[in-house]
Design a protein around this ligand. Structure first.
Ligand SMILES: Cc1cc2nc3c(=O)[nH]c(=O)nc-3n(C[C@H](O)[C@H](O)[C@H](O)COP(=O)(O)OP(=O)(O)OC[C@H]3O[C@@H](n4cnc5c(N)ncnc54)[C@H](O)[C@@H]3O)c2cc1C
Length: 410
């Protein structure tokens, strides 16, 4: 059982502590570290189990559609991802994609769309996916070429999406396509594309180091009714960014979960491995490493739950979420690498927990905005804030001068 003392931090309410405790028991009973079934089947099964366990209701918003609350509780989302990641990367993936794939519907969907898509996502009867990236538009998502042309009361979708998680097993894709000639992020619209839509083809299944369903998709003259449009026309980029603002913080939480598991494994190893007449943990070099690992994890968790708490207070979290994602994923990579090192040869044996964690963590530093993209978001955010405060101070100074000059402009 991992250290759960962080739940005493003031970010949390009693319901969060109860959620963490209940999920910990459920995960201990239900989740094995590895799955014998094919990755697709293991994923489908996990979605069903997470649905029947009642956990997926935290991945969506709207009590009327089976959610735990009307708004997504970001702290609950993060606690769930952290806990699942500590037990099983695939379970975390299955949970996270239900949220990311349907998040735009929670945030921007019509009543009819929410009824149709969110309810089965929450029960685990339907699998969701988020299709933004293209072969020539990853970090630069606004460079997308996939286009949807309006013809009467429907759109015709043509193009390609790649690196789409749940590609091949999803029941629907929240997809972003260009709908007008406008450059860059303007002129992009979000749609809900049912997996059975004629013209949607799984062009390639992509195998990655931490296996999960992933695919490249082709769209050839796919007909989408106007009712499948999600949000306002040409506002799709905002839809995508608002969705990522919620789920980016949860990527940080997953990284914290992976790191906590690595520290737990490292502590077990260091206190039981004998060498040179004492335990590995008795060496100061080991103690220094363990201290760095534990401190890094707490720093990452503090940033993560600050971002989650801020969002739950209704505040803008673009910068805070980017700080959390960057710090947590980069820290987790270092913590896991240190754990592998402490295991020696055993650390690189296939399916050893630390070996698995080593593969699991790597993509988190790339998807939902690579670390470099988070750096840009943070820097832009703080520069903007600085300029705004300079401007408002200038205005205050200007007002003071006006007062001093007896109401005349000085
Ligand atoms: C396992 C996995 C699952 C994924 N799931 C999904 C999904 O479900 N849906 C979806 O839409 N996409 C998904 N993606 C795609 C993911 O979002 C992209 O891979 C990511 O945005 C990076 O894009 P890219 O791969 O095209 O790399 P590129 O955009 O070519 O970037 C390559 C590298 O360049 C660096 N870089 C980027 N910007 C800058 C900059 N401004 N300055 C300096 N360096 C920079 C970064 O290190 C980056 O890793 C997934 C990817 C992976 C690996």
């Amino acid at each position: 059982m991992a250290d759960s003392s962080f739940l005493d931090w003031p970010f949390f309410e009693e319901r969060h502590r109860k959620l963490a405790k209940d999920l910990e028991s459920w995960a201990s009973a239900h989740l094995a570290a590895s799955h014998d079934a094919s990755i697709d089947e293991a994923c489908r099964q996990l979605v069903r189990e997470l649905g029947s366990g009642g956990w997926l209701k935290y991945a969506i918003g709207g009590i009327a559609y089976g959610a735990a609350a009307d708004n997504i509780d970001t702290r609950a989302l993060c606690i769930i991802r952290e806990t699942l990641a500590r037990h099983s990367g695939l379970a975390d993936f299955a949970f996270a994609m239900q949220g990311l794939g349907s998040g735009a519907i929670t945030l921007f969907g019509t009543e009819a769309q929410k009824q149709k898509y969110l309810t089965p996502v929450a029960s685990g009867a339907s699998i969701a996916a988020f299709a933004l990236s293209e072969p020539e538009a990853g970090s630069d998502a606004a460079a997308m070429q996939c286009e949807a042309t309006q013809r009467g009361d429907s759109y015709e979708l043509n193009g390609e999406k790649t690196f789409i998680s749940n590609g091949g097993i999803a029941d629907f894709y929240v997809l972003f396509a260009r709908t007008s000639e406008s450059e860059g992020s303007r002129g992009i619209t979000a749609f809900i594309v049912d997996a059975k839509t004629p013209g949607l083809e799984i062009a390639e299944r992509i195998q990655v180091m931490a296996p999960h369903p992933l695919a490249r998709l082709n769209f050839n003259n796919c007909r989408l009714a106007v009712s499948q449009r999600l949000g306002e026309p040409d506002q799709g980029f905002k839809v995508a960014m608002a969705t990522l603002d919620v789920f980016r913080t949860s990527v940080a939480a997953a990284a914290v979960g992976f790191a906590r598991r690595a520290l737990e494994e490292a502590l077990r190893r260091a206190t039981s491995r004998k060498m040179f007449g004492q335990m590995l943990a008795d060496f100061q070099l080991t103690q220094a490493k363990l201290a760095e690992m534990a401190t890094g994890i707490d720093a990452a968790a503090l940033l993560t739950y600050r971002a989650a708490w801020l969002r739950d207070q209704g505040q803008n979290v673009t910068v805070a979420a980017a700080m959390a994602k960057m710090t947590a994923t980069e820290t987790a990579q270092k913590v896991i690498d240190a754990a592998v090192q402490m295991f020696g040869g055993q650390g690189v044996v296939s399916e050893e927990p630390v070996e698995r964690l080593y593969r699991e963590i790597r993509p988190l530093r790339i998807y939902e905005g690579a670390t470099e993209v988070q750096q840009l978001i943070i820097a832009r955010g703080i520069i903007k804030r600085f300029k705004e405060s300079e401007l408002s101070q200038g205005q205050v100074k200007g007002t003071e001068m006006t007062h001093l000059a007896g109401g005349r402009k000085a």
